[in-house]
Ligand binder design. Structure first.
Ligand code: SF4
Length: 354
């Protein structure tokens, strides 16, 4: 396989699982080199987009995702919380902005939003947007009408993960189908919003499942603008609490292959980052990850403290990506470093019910 990537080539949407398995099977250094080529052709390699994720409604979810602490079907020690008040959400968003985030993601543990919830979530979108932040939500399945309503309120991104391969899917979730997920992504795209969709690895899947998941994502046309790659965070009480660990090199390979297949997408190092040391995270950035969540709890899994992230960015010479490219990155980075010295109380992010 040639060691070059033609960045002017159109993004490929007809990947086969076999082709993707070949990428996974490359010698590690060759794979990293290819991923770096793809990354550098499309992004500033020393820039990472930073989002903050807030749980606006926690726990008591009727779905049965076997990795999830928020499913009502498993006995986990999560504190269930009602839908957060709009003012509290906006307060948290203002704090996230002050700490350097450019995108504010709001997540609710729902199968899908009910009609009675829509006025509240649209007010959240409008309020966060008015603060000058990009807006993202993850609320479960969306109908066409709900997607349009959210888009009209100003929602930029909608997150809905495919989670795993179609082949492994029934081992992980039985309360909604793979097609349900694809339908929601279609509704989001048709409404004119950007798509954030990725998956989780370390769910006890086979290597072929990881290739199959990335094939599904990359063959979406257009590809998702944002692709979170999560490492399973094992939660006591869930069916996957004792699943075998995924080798960290397999995780890095996933990031690198995602970067090659979806060269223009932001690949997000998401859940599981808490358990990764600095060197592992640096390898993920080298493999092409260029987006993270920081500064608050990642829904219910711990996330490295903001100041640790800033310290790592400083060691690696990484700047944070800005929404407006006219804003000088060094100003943004300086803002982050200043904020590092006066970290504010982040309780807001941990007590979603207020
Ligand atoms: S992953 Fe989402 S849909 Fe599945 S149980 Fe958890 S909160 Fe519910």
């Amino acid at each position: 396989m040639a060691n070059t990537i033609d960045s002017s080539a159109p993004v490929k949407h007809n990947w086969t699982v076999e082709e993707v398995n070949h990428l996974f099977a490359l010698p590690f250094n060759d794979l990293m080199f290819k991923a770096q080529l793809a990354h550098r052709e499309n992004f500033n390699p020393n820039e990472v987009q930073v989002s903050t994720l807030l749980s606006i409604k926690t726990g008591a979810c009727p779905e049965d995702c076997k990795y999830c602490s928020q499913s009502a079907r498993y006995k986990t020690d999560i504190d269930k919380e009602r839908l957060m008040e709009v003012d509290k959400v906006l307060e948290a968003a203002a704090q996230a902005k002050a700490q350097g985030s450019t995108r504010f993601c709001m997540g609710a543990a729902w199968r899908n939003p009910k009609e009675r919830d829509m006025p509240y979530v649209t007010d959240m979108v409008k309020g966060v947007k008015a603060l000058g932040l990009e807006t993202c939500m993850t609320l479960g399945m969306l109908s066409e009408d709900q997607a349009s309503t959210l888009q009209e309120a100003g929602l930029d991104y909608y997150n809905h993960n495919l989670d795993t391969s179609p082949e492994h899917y029934n081992q992980i979730i039985t309360t909604r189908s793979y097609q349900d997920r694809l339908d929601t992504l279609t509704n989001v795209r048709s409404a004119g919003m950007k798509v954030c969709s990725g998956g989780i690895v370390g769910l006890g899947e086979q290597a072929n499942d990881r290739a199959s998941l990335l094939t599904q994502l990359a063959n979406l046309s257009p590809q998702p603008e944002s692709v979170p790659i999560n490492m399973l965070v094992k939660v006591d009480g869930t069916p996957l609490a004792d699943v075998a660990d995924l080798d960290e090199f397999d995780f890095i390979r996933c990031i690198a292959v995602a970067r090659i297949m979806m060269p223009k997408s932001h690949v997000r190092l998401s859940a599981g980052r808490e358990a990764m040391n600095e060197q592992m995270q640096a390898m993920c950035f080298l493999a092409g990850a260029n987006s993270i969540f920081y500064g608050c709890k990642l829904l219910t899994a711990a996330n490295p403290e903001t100041n640790q992230d800033i310290a790592l960015f400083k060691k690696l010479g990484i700047n944070t990506e800005t929404i407006d490219s006219s804003v000088d990155d060094s100003v943004e980075a300086a803002t982050l470093r200043t904020k590092m010295s006066d970290q504010q109380n982040s309780d807001l992010f941990y007590n979603a019910a207020g």
